[in-house]
Design a protein around this ligand. Structure first.
Ligand code: FAD
Length: 330
């Protein structure tokens, strides 16, 4: 899914239209002995899918991504085609393309209920009145559970809180216009995402705090979190020891029990679908998700690979088994 979506990001203006801010940076994943087998297996699987990635030992880390520290790294992998995009710009481009095809996007309108009659969805109730529709797709991130519940459907979603620290890199490390590879340091439980303006965002891959109420959780970042991110960022990229914190924030994930999304119709209602549970990695997959969901809704038949993401896999004991304990990374 990531591979197919990457190709859309790389040719975004031709396929979707507009500038999604995609920059090819390369991506390095580093682990100690404990995570080495999982990394080896994932790289094997990705290579079989045609992803351009290869394994490295610790001493080769600096050759692939010169800013990273390979000391203590048992195994790493590097994907030169990987990159970053601007999520806000991407969302606006998708929205504009949808409008070009006749979609009406109503912002700031809260949906309160799913409407249904005789096992058929009939629309949604909003705080601004009812909207009648033969097809409804629930795609409201962690707030989807509440909506599905109004039709008596339970979605297995857990909100978890994920903080990030913004670091202004020292000027001799690429300056304001520099960029570096994305990094995932499994041992230190952090990821590093380069941004424009000389900034690196540092986030945690640790199984972070459950945020019981997605409307009320600590959206700021604590002193302890800043200390953790600064110390570990400097461990992964030594130049970041001289970086200046520029504040941070915490967002929310909609985790499913196997950290993979639910892309399906919701029985018993004809016309009711969901695309939820992205568990912290929905942005990069979004082009493929849109493609699959529209194919499924328009043709009634599920693309083969989409079948892994069925709603009933949890009840059927067919959960997907992620190789890392903290789910899917990157
Ligand atoms: C700190 C952090 C880092 C991340 N890093 C990455 C990454 O590196 N790579 C990656 O792929 N993903 C990443 N993600 C995850 C990614 O951001 C999400 O998976 C993705 O944005 C989910 O998209 P979505 O469309 O499901 O939800 P959203 O983008 O949240 O859209 C849901 C929309 O539904 C609206 N909504 C909710 N309830 C209602 C209602 N009742 N009525 C009307 N509207 C409603 C919301 O306002 C929102 O606009 C990260 C997330 C966080 C928090």
């Amino acid at each position: 899914m990531a591979k197919e979506s990457l190709s859309v990001y790389q040719h975004f203006n031709d396929i979707v239209g507009g500038d999604c801010g995609f920059i090819t940076t390369g991506m390095i994943v580093m682990t100690n002995e404990q995570g080495a087998d999982a990394l080896r297996e994932n790289v094997k699987m990705q290579q079989a899918q045609g992803v351009h990635t290869h394994l490295l030992n610790g001493s080769e880390v600096g050759q692939a991504a010169q800013e990273y520290n390979g000391e203590g790294v048992a195994l790493a992998c590097y994907e030169p085609d990987a990159g970053v995009a601007d999520p806000m710009a991407t969302t606006h481009c998708f929205a504009q393309r949808a409008r070009d095809f006749g979609s009406i996007i109503r912002e700031g309108v809260v949906v309160s209920h799913i409407l249904h009659e005789n096992s058929r969805v009939t629309g949604v109730r909003t705080l601004d009145g009812d909207i009648h529709a033969p097809t409804v797709v629930i795609a409201a991130n962690v707030w989807s559970g509440r909506l599905a519940q109004t039709a008596g459907v339970t979605l297995p979603l857990t909100p978890t809180r994920h903080p990030m620290l913004s670091l202004r890199r020292p000027n001799d490390f690429g300056g304001r216009h520099g960029i570096h590879a994305v990094g995932l340091d499994i041992t230190r439980q952090i990821y590093l995402r380069p941004d424009l303006g000389g900034v690196t965002l540092v986030g945690s891959t640790a199984d972070v705090l459950a945020a019981s109420d997605p409307d009320h959780y600590a959206q700021g970042i604590s002193e302890e979190e800043i200390t953790f991110f600064r110390a570990n960022a400097a461990g992964s990229i030594p130049a970041l020891a001289r970086a200046v914190p520029r504040g941070g924030w915490a967002g929310i994930y909609d985790d499913t029990p196997d950290y993979h999304p639910i892309l399906d119709r919701l029985e018993p209602y004809a016309g009711l679908y969901c695309a939820v549970g992205f568990s912290g990695h929905g942005f990069k997959l979004s082009p493929q998700i849109g493609q699959w969901m529209s194919t499924f809704i328009l043709t009634g038949s599920k693309p083969l690979d989409m079948q892994h993401f069925a709603y009933d896999r949890f009840a059927q004991g067919q959960q997907i088994q992620p190789r890392y304990p903290s789910g899917v990374l990157g």
